[in-house]
Design a protein around this ligand. Structure first.
Ligand code: FDA
Length: 426
């Protein structure tokens, strides 16, 4: 006979932390909630790993960035879970699950049963081997997904000061790591196949601003090609990279940021899937009524855009987690999950936010030679997305509202005056 809990959360990342806080706000009783995580530490704000954690001076360290500091809420240390009677099973992987029987098995051989299950298993980094390149096992090839990766990256960076790093991938992880490597006095080449960085979100004009900024910090952009293989020394350390266009780059370390995949294997054949994620309704409930999915694994309906999507961003993790807990704890509450896509990043002295969708016609605004500029997207005469670099909190509140309202664009230049008056009429 194993243990039994009313509520079980699988995964101990961002969504789990925010769900735990919401459970306590809704009055969960001692002994009712259990969180099982294969990480050895209590839930933390994962985005800190590619930002404050990698700083050479006064780096962020646990317990400083446990959830839910990212939303200016209570910081949930291991002691907090104890005080609230929440069972935190750490360093333990869920190996299998039977959603019909409402039981799961952990790697320690324990069987745990539940009444309600929240899946918050997040995602994992895509390995080089998955795109046909060998070398992930080399000591100086780094990934960045969890605390162990980040700790390893810091150790390798310290050994490579003054040396050369190759960053593989020009997305979030690649760009944020490149900035951190520069801060750690390492020469950086960033390699990606596309025409510019952050290809899925940035316009060429926005990308060119960030690339120029990075270049001014000494970063070398190697675009339009990709990694083909590594060179190794006799100890198995990578010493260089061969690119598909024939170029070679020297390397003392490699950082790989080529994407992520949702951790959903446990549920294959047991739940309905969409967009590689677990399909949920607008209460975050899966095809099995006792099972909810939140964070990176959830494929949820987005009324704003009229589609179903999976969002690998922290804001979605926090919001889906809170909403799922509300739906479970208060079944009479029929409020539907209403999500406005929101992404952000901070690198060097730069900081941007994006709300909505980048579809339709794009209009750039602001001073691209200064510190505050952006772009907005209009579709059928309505504002559907807005990107802003260097805005104030007040600016971001205004653009989020304008995008949520799908304000009619009355004057393409209006948004330029975003900090002086509401830019758009709803
Ligand atoms: P999350 O990945 O946080 O947690 C999942 C947890 O489940 C992990 O602890 C994992 O080990 C555990 N787990 C998985 N399978 C398990 C099993 N079978 N048994 C037990 N435990 C299991 N977003 C953003 O909006 N802005 C940003 O700046 C950044 N920056 C950023 C940096 C880095 C380095 C990463 C890796 C990611 C970001 N993100 C981001 C993305 C953001 O962090 C991400 O969307 C959320 O962490 C998702 O939260 P989840 O709780 O869904 O997964």
């Amino acid at each position: 006979m194993g243990r039994s809990f009313r509520y079980v959360i699988i995964g101990g990342g961002v969504a789990a932390g925010y769900a735990a806080l919401e459970f306590t706000k809704k009055g969960v009783s001692h002994g009712e909630l259990c969180i099982i995580s294969d990480e050895p530490v209590a839930p933390y704000e994962r985005p800190a790993l590619s930002k404050g954690f990698l700083l050479p001076e006064a780096p962020a360290r646990l317990p400083g960035f446990h959830t839910c500091v990212g939303a200016n809420e209570e910081r949930l240390t291991p002691n907090w879970y104890k005080e609230h009677g929440i069972e935190l099973i750490l360093g333990t992987r869920v190996e299998s699950i039977d959603v019909r029987r409402k039981t799961l098995l952990t790697t320690t051989g324990e069987t745990i049963s539940y009444k309600f299950l929240i899946i918050a298993t997040g995602s994992r980094a895509v390995k080089l081997e998955e795109i046909g390149i060998k070398g992930s096992d080399a000591e100086n090839v780094c990934y960045l997904h969890d605390l162990a990766d980040a700790t390893n990256l810091v150790n390798i960076m310290q050994k490579c000061s003054g040396g050369n790093a190759i960053v593989v991938g020009g997305g979030y992880i690649g760009m944020e790591c490149a900035a951190s490597l520069v801060a750690n006095k390492i020469n950086v080449s960033i390699v990606f196949p596309g025409p510019h960085c952050m290809e899925r979100l940035f316009t060429p004009k926005i990308a060119s601003y960030y690339e120029d900024f990075y270049k001014s910090k000494g970063v070398n952009f190697v675009k339009g090609t990709s990694l083909s293989s590594f060179e190794f020394n006799s100890e198995g350390m990578v010493t260089g990279a061969n690119l598909r266009d024939g170029r070679q780059l020297p390397a003392d370390m490699i950082v790989v940021g080529i994407g992520a995949r949702p951790n959903t294997d446990l549920f294959t054949g047991q739940l309905t899937f969409e967009n590689r994620g677990i399909k949920v309704n607008n209460h975050l409930q899966s095809s099995n009524p006792s099972v909810y999915a939140v964070g990176d694994v959830a494929s949820f309906p987005v009324e704003f855009s009229g589609d179903t999507r999976r969002v690998e961003h922290v804001d979605a993790a926090r919001r889906t987690a809170r909403h799922a807990v509300s739906a479970i704890m208060d079944p009479n509450n029929t409020l539907e999950f209403d999500y406005l896509p929101f992404f952000y990043s901070r690198v060097f002295s730069l900081s941007w936010r994006f709300y909505g969708d980048n579809v339709g016609e794009v209009v750039h605004f602001g001073d691209f030679s200064g510190s505050k500029f952006g772009a907005y997207w209009k579709n059928n005469g309505s504002l559907v997305g807005c990107f802003l670099e260097g805005g104030s909190d007040d600016d971001y509140v205004k653009i989020a509202k304008a995008v949520r309202d799908k304000a009619m664009v009355v004057d393409l230049g209006e948004l330029l005056r975003v900090d002086q008056k509401p830019p758009l009429s709803p």
